[in-house]
Design a protein around this ligand. Structure first.
Ligand SMILES: [Zn+2]
Length: 123
């Protein structure tokens, strides 16, 4: 199954290598052709730069995907969570929580008994 994967580590390094190489050659060719008034050079250099950026994007796709996933995981997890569901800590002022009328400890709004003193929360 591993043979069907495109982004093997070897492939990734090749994409990065040829991406940087193509970008370097493309930019050099563009600068030279503009400074020498050789307009055909730009027709070669610009597509080469675009292709190289595509190779670099493919070569670093895994890196960017991991970075984006790491940055957004907390936000996505918070947004997927319904109020009062899977809460680690109950917080004051949260509509999904309420205070025990006996000891004052916070419990989820749908709890039947206080998690602190164990008395019934139904009034
Ligand atoms: Zn209580």
């Amino acid at each position: 199954m591993n043979g069907n994967r495109i982004n093997t580590p070897t492939m990734r390094y090749q994409l990065r290598f040829f991406g940087f190489l193509g970008l370097l050659v493309g930019v050099l060719l563009l600068v030279i052709s503009i400074s020498q008034n050789l307009f055909w050079g730009a027709f070669v250099a610009l597509p080469l730069i675009v292709v190289s950026l595509g190779l670099l994007r493919a070569g670093y796709l895994r890196f960017f995907a991991q970075f984006v996933a790491g940055e957004t995981a907390d936000i996505i997890r918070d947004n997927l969570r319904k109020p009062g569901e899977n809460r680690d800590v109950a917080s004051y002022g949260d509509p999904a929580c309420r205070n025990c009328s006996h000891c004052g400890a916070l419990s989820p709004a749908d709890a039947r008994f206080c998690s602190h003193c164990g008395r019934s929360l139904q009034t």
